[in-house]
Design a protein around this ligand. Structure first.
Ligand code: G6P
Ligand code: MN
Length: 412
């Protein structure tokens, strides 16, 4: 099988490379930046033959799988997203609030163009989208690729893994057969139940203070708040539930310098990776480990289920198709799916709690406005986001971002 990685010069590509198996007989790395491509290629050892190219059409021809992991504007763009948001007193995180909207506005047209090329040159290929904001970008690409594009994130499976471990400790249960009732949008989801047979184990966990605060999300949100909610939120809900405390997080600016030292050849890849993992959400929480969330394993599990027609249940970003009642069928949601050679189909989930359904509906409306691609819609996207509190601020955000990012010229 021919696997193509778009964003092949990206820092986490060696993790994907390490996770590949014999199914992959040809690996193609595509990037718009030849220098980054060369730096990453030098780190790769063993595995299938690798081709590196800056020609998109050449990369895509004959692809069986495409991993799309691009970052439009690079980390410099991410740092600008953050800086401008902070200057306006709002969140700059790359996937949430004003920062996420700026990043989405920059990325949507590029993802749209890529999806068109895939539809034309490799219509049989499965596209696994890692590119953030992942839900929005998957929906953009689905307009051309239908259910051949599937979005992934490591945070829901990582949450389920940590909850399963905490439950093991609390109950001595074997949660291997548990089903996880998780739903929402990417970086905006909630775990509402952990079912083993006819029993829901989540209330047990919520009642056990020690077990509840033994894992990252438990410490991040605190036992009292989790009990009040009655569900376990994805870690990104921190930006909604503790917006004030999260303000000023300048990860983009930090990573810009940290990653540059690797690409300049001054620091080795593994040292750079460990530092990047150690500092991920470090202000918010105490990390359990320096393993990444395991993006590469989610992607490989998905690829295996499709390629080998081996049924698997995975939490993925796919069109809603009546799963969440407040959204239309085309809206991409993040829910457990059954996967096999025919693709991924959402499984039934519990209805979201009211406040969660409200957030999901508002944020999906914002994503749709980002997808429209006009100045008027972009202004509405900023102004109507639940974490931006003024139309005047929204207008200034839009004007400043448009001025600072050449990729946003289409909005002026
Ligand atoms: C997690 C999230 C990804 C995000 C990444 C950011 O893995 O699920 O969506 O891209 O963290 O990590 P970074 O090191 O770039 O802050
Ligand atoms: Mn993610």
């Amino acid at each position: 099988m021919r696997l193509v990685i778009l964003g092949g010069g990206g820092f986490r590509v060696p993790l994907v490379h390490k996770a590949l198996d014999e199914r992959i007989t040809e690996l193609v790395l595509h990037d718009v930046d030849a220098h980054r491509l060369a730096a990453i290629r030098r780190v790769l050892r063993g595995g299938p033959p690798v081709t590196a190219t800056t020609d998109l059409d050449e990369a895509l021809r004959g692809a069986d799988f495409v991993f799309s992991a691009i970052r439009v504007g690079g980390l410099a763009g991410r740092a600008i997203d953050e800086e401008v948001a902070h200057a306006h007193g709002v969140l700059g995180q790359e996937t949430v609030g004003a920062g996420g909207i700026a990043y989405g506005l920059r990325t949507a047209p590029v993802a749209d163009a890529i999806a068109r090329r895939v539809a034309e040159l490799a219509p049989q290929a499965w596209v696994i989208n890692f590119t953030n904001p992942a839900g929005l970008i998957t929906e953009v690409m689905a307009r051309h690729l239908g259910d051949r594009v599937i979005g992934i994130c490591d945070s829901p499976p990582a949450l389920c893994r940590r909850v399963a471990k905490a439950l093991d400790v609390a109950k001595g249960f074997d949660v291997a057969d548990a089903t996880f009732d998780y739903a929402g949008l990417n970086h905006l989801g909630w775990l509402q139940g952990v079912h083993v047979g006819t029993e829901n184990l989540l209330p047990t966990l919520l009642a056990d203070e020690e077990a509840l605060t033994s894992f990252e999300e438990g410490r991040l949100f605190g036992a009292e708040w989790l009990r009040a909610l009655g569900v376990i939120p994805n870690e990104y809900l921190h930006y909604y539930y503790s917006t004030r405390e999260a303000l000023g997080d300048n990860r983009g600016a930090f990573l810009l310098g940290q990653q540059q030292r690797f690409y300049d050849g001054d620091v080795d890849w593994e040292t750079t990776r460990l530092e990047r993992e150690a500092t991920y959400m470090a202000q918010e929480r105490e990390r359990d480990s320096l393993e990444g969330g395991g993006y590469e394993h989610v992607a490989m599990a998905l690829m295996r289920a499709i390629a080998d027609n081996e049924k698997a249940t995975l939490i993925l970003n796919v069109p809603n198709n009546s799963t969440l009642s407040t959204l239309d069928d085309q809206a991409v949601v993040e829910v457990p799916c059954e996967v096999d050679a025919t693709g991924a189909r959402p499984l039934p989930v519990s209805p979201l709690p009211d406040h969660a359904a409200g957030l999901v509906t508002s944020v999906k409306a914002v994503e749709r406005l980002v997808m429209e691609g006009t100045r008027a819609a972009a202004l509405k996207a900023f102004a109507l986001h639940p974490l931006v509190d003024s139309v005047a601020t929204a207008r200034s955000l839009l004007d400043t971002y448009t001025r600072r990012h050449p990729e946003l010229a289409y909005l002026s």
